[in-house]
Design a protein around this ligand. Structure first.
Ligand code: IMP
Ligand code: MG
Length: 184
C-alpha cells in the first residue's frame, strides 16, 4: 500500500470546516478594525503560509502583504536571546499599521523579540494574529490581538504546520502518532 500521510495522525484536531469558519470570523473582525488603515499584513514563514493565504482573502479591505523568515532559537540559547532575521520585510514600516500573522504561539520567544524589533522601526501600531496558542508553554508574555484557538500542549501538524518539514500541505490540523516521533 502507498504511504498515506494520514496514517501518521492519531486524530484530526481541527477540520477544514472548523478552520474555514474561524478564518472567516477573524477576517471579519480584522476588516472592521482596519477598514481605513491600509494595514501591512506580515506573515512569519514558513508555518503561517496557508493561514496567511486564507486570512488575507477573508479581509475585505485594502491592505499590503509581506513576509519574514526568522530563525528558531537553538536548544541551549537563553530564552531572552536573539532571534535572527533571515528574510526581512521588503518595505519601510515607518508609520504603518502592522498586523503580524503567526501559525502558533508556543514559548512566545520568537514573537516577543520580533514585536520589539518592529516597534523600534517606528510602526504606528503593531498587532498580532495567531491561529493557535499553547498557553501552557509560554515563557515570555506576548499580547495576542486576534486568536484562532487555544490548544493544550500537544504537537500538531497540517495547515502550514510541520514536523521535520513534513505535513504542511495537509488541509486540516492533526495530532501526530507518538510512533512518528520515535516514541511508543
Ligand atoms: P515560539 O513561540 O518562539 O516557541 O515558536 C513557535 C514556533 O514553534 C512556531 O512558529 C512553530 O514553527 C513551532 N511550533 C510550536 N509548536 C508547534 C506544533 O505543535 N506544531 C508545529 N510547529 C510548532
Ligand atoms: Mg512559525
Amino acid at each position: 500500500m502507498a504511504y498515506d500521510m494520514r496514517d501518521d495522525l492519531e486524530d484530526i484536531y481541527f477540520t477544514e470546516q472548523q478552520l474555514a469558519d474561524k478564518v472567516a470570523e477573524l477576517g471579519a473582525r480584522i476588516t472592521e478594525d482596519y477598514r481605513d488603515k491600509n494595514p501591512l499584513i506580515v506573515s512569519v514563514l514558513k508555518g503561517s503560509y496557508v493561514f496567511m493565504a486564507d486570512l488575507t482573502r477573508a479581509i475585505d479591505a485594502p491592505c499590503n502583504v509581506d513576509f519574514m523568515v526568522v530563525s528558531s532559537y537553538g536548544v541551549g540559547t537563553k530564552t531572552s536571546g536573539e532571534v535572527q532575521i533571515i528574510k526581512d520585510i521588503s518595505q519601510p514600516i515607518d508609520g504603518r499599521d502592522l498586523l503580524i500573522v503567526e501559525d502558533i504561539l508556543d514559548s512566545g520567544v520568537t514573537l516577543h523579540y520580533l514585536m520589539q524589533v518592529l516597534k523600534a522601526r517606528g510602526a504606528n501600531s503593531i498587532r498580532l494574529c495567531t491561529l493557535l496558542s499553547k498557553p501552557a508553554r509560554r515563557k515570555v508574555e506576548v499580547k495576542v490581538d486576534y486568536l484562532g484557538f487555544e490548544i493544550p500542549d500537544a504537537f500538531v501538524v497540517g495547515y502550514g504546520l510541520d514536523y521535520a518539514e513534513r505535513y504542511r500541505n495537509l488541509p486540516y490540523i492533526g495530532i501526530l502518532k507518538p510512533s512518528v516521533y520515535g516514541g511508543a
